[in-house]
Design a protein around this ligand. Structure first.
Ligand SMILES: [Zn+2]
Length: 236
């Protein structure tokens, strides 16, 4: 498959998204800008470097919300360094981390962080576990989480569904749909339809569909229902 060229950028009026990276098993990292507010989605390894280059310290310290689609390391590998950096730079405003209920990776990173730095954390971290598909309202943006199908292998060779969601981000009449890692599913089909931008993974490198990732064909078929789409997480 053709190699993706990162970063991928999209912008309409005051709403923009920059995908620094989305390489399966390596790292994801997405920055969303709505008006003057910045949001981080799936902070994988390298996110701090990319955010520092893109935003600088002041904007980074004002970061209010992080959205996690699921706990696989290529989506959360940068959380520890992000939290620690914000402590070192003495962030004062709260940080909300939204994540699917049952995502033990986020809760474990948070608990370890609290334990290690219990005496020197300068800001409040709110873990917001998403149990239902209720909308989330940030200062500027409405966020609608939706369940997706994403499995992982156990050591027994069997698979299990991991806590996983996609998100629809709405701002000023525009909508971005990000499915995270997902197999083809009706929820994603519905949420991507008519989106101004759909960010869709095409992580399955064979023709036969499975229940972990989408084939290129599946991702493209959903993408075409949106006004514009990016294919990400394509195996290199
Ligand atoms: Zn995954």
């Amino acid at each position: 498959m053709k190699e993706q060229k990162y970063p991928l950028s999209w912008k309409k009026k005051n709403f923009s998204m920059k995908i620094f990276c989305s390489i399966p098993n390596i790292a994801t990292g997405i920055l969303l800008k709505a008006g003057n507010s910045h949001f981080v989605i799936d902070p994988g390894d390298g996110i701090l470097r990319d955010l520092n280059t893109e935003l600088g310290v002041k904007n980074l310290l004002n970061l209010s919300d992080v959205f996690i689609t699921h706990g696989h390391h290529d989506h959360v590998g940068g959380v520890w360094s992000l939290l620690t950096y914000l402590r070192v730079m003495q962030k004062k405003t709260p940080l909300n981390i939204h994540y699917p209920d049952g995502c033990v990776e986020i809760e474990s990173i948070y608990n370890a962080f609290k334990k290690v730095y219990s005496r020197s954390i300068t800001y409040k971290i709110n873990l917001v576990s998403i149990k239902k598909t209720n909308k989330i309202f940030t200062s500027h943006m409405t966020v609608e989480p939706f369940p997706v199908i994403h499995k992982e292998y156990l050591s027994s060779g069997k698979t299990r569904q991991v806590p996983a969601m996609g998100y629809n981000f709405s701002f000023d009449g525009m909508k971005i749909c990000y499915g995270g890692d997902t197999a083809y599913c009706e929820e994603l089909v519905q949420h991507a339809r008519n989106a101004d931008l759909a960010v869709l993974e095409a992580g399955h490198d064979e023709e036969t569909p499975d229940d972990m990732h989408m084939t290129l064909k599946e991702a493209v078929s959903i993408g075409k229902s949106a006004k514009k789409y990016f294919l990400v997480h394509v195996p290199e």
